[in-house]
Write a protein that binds this ligand. Structure first.
Ligand code: BJW
Ligand code: ZN
Length: 246
């Protein structure tokens, strides 16, 4: 596939000093990790992810929620970063200030080599106590699901942000700051419906940053963005980065 990039876009990016990028599940899709809105398969086909990713679901049935994350942890462990992740590493090397805000919990940006990554929704590799917040680095879920906290006996849960929970405040503040102060903002592979991340591109637009979207499908941002590419991020990003920065 060969993409056409507007010369004004290429010139603008060549002169950019500060770039902020927001990524979502679509960026990891080409690494074989299903997006949040993809239909689930196998044992999980009868569940909707939206119904499992909540504190209410965990209270109702902690074992099912624990198993779902264990299954997804397995998918993530087998996944490798794709050309979209690597293109963002290259982009970071070419600009003075680069911030990568991700909603993904799969660690693939860090695995690719991205340095300045803000994890808005946590990380699936980490586990903490639902009661006292103590992190656990090792756990045994062969006899008890979920396993219990060694400090207080509370249930362990994945260190991720569920619907209705607040985002980590330091991360959110850093994300807003990077959005308000960038010259260009990329929104990549996110459906743009989950708040507060969904508002970030609009903050960037208000601050007169150039906003570029890369997504297979239209989103609430598409018509407002300065440029929108309806193609896989694993194809658009490498080609764009190569064209702008060589
Ligand atoms: C490709 C591609 C390829 C595919 N190339 N593209 C204001 C108004 C209304 C509601 C709210 C509001 N403020 C807060 C809320 C409530 C709620 C919310 O937003 N609800 C809406 C859904 C209506 N938000 C919250 O509860 C947040 N907390 C909060 O705001 O606290 C304060 C508060 C609480 C309550 C009320 C008011 C204030 C917390 C949100 C936490 C989200 N957590 C999850 C789970 C994380 C752990 C896990 O993974 O299990 O995060 S939900 C899920 O959605 C996950 C994702 O990070 C997140 C975003 O999904 P994403 O990345 O966009 O993925 P998909 O699958 O939706 O889309 C993939 C996209 O990629 C698609 O567009 C494809 O086309 C595209 N694509 N392949 C390019 N190759
Ligand atoms: Zn505890």
């Amino acid at each position: 596939m060969s993409l056409e990039f507007a010369p004004e876009l290429l010139r603008y990016l060549q002169q950019c000093r500060k770039i902020t990028v927001l990524t979502g599940a679509g960026v990891s899709a080409e690494s074989g990790i299903p997006t949040f809105r993809d239909a689930q398969t196998g044992l999980w086909a009868r569940f909707r992810p939206q119904e499992l990713a909540s504190p209410q679901a965990f209270t109702r049935n902690p074992a099912i929620v624990w198993d779902w994350y264990a299954y997804r942890r397995g998918l993530v462990a087998q996944a490798q970063p794709n050309p979209g992740h690597f293109a963002l590493v290259k982009m970071e090397r070419h600009v003075e200030k680069f911030t990568l805000i991700t909603q993904n919990i799969d660690n693939l940006h860090q695995a690719a080599g991205s340095q300045n990554v803000i994890e808005l929704h946590g990380n699936i590799a980490k586990v903490r106590c639902a009661e006292c917040g103590t992190f656990a680095t090792e756990w045994d879920d062969t006899t008890q699901k979920p396993p219990r906290c060694s400090e207080c006996g509370g249930l362990l849960r994945p260190h991720v942000v569920w619907f209705g929970e607040t985002l980590p405040q330091a991360e959110l503040q850093a994300a807003v700051r990077a959005t308000e102060t960038c010259d260009a903002f990329f929104s990549i592979g996110t459906s743009g419906v989950v708040e507060p991340a969904a508002s970030l591109p609009f903050v960037a637009l208000k601050k007169k940053a150039l906003v570029i979207e890369i997504n297979l499908e239209p989103t609430p941002l598409t018509t407002a963005a300065d440029y929108a590419f309806a193609a896989p991020s694993g194809q658009v990003l490498p080609e764009l980065v190569r064209t702008v920065w060589g």
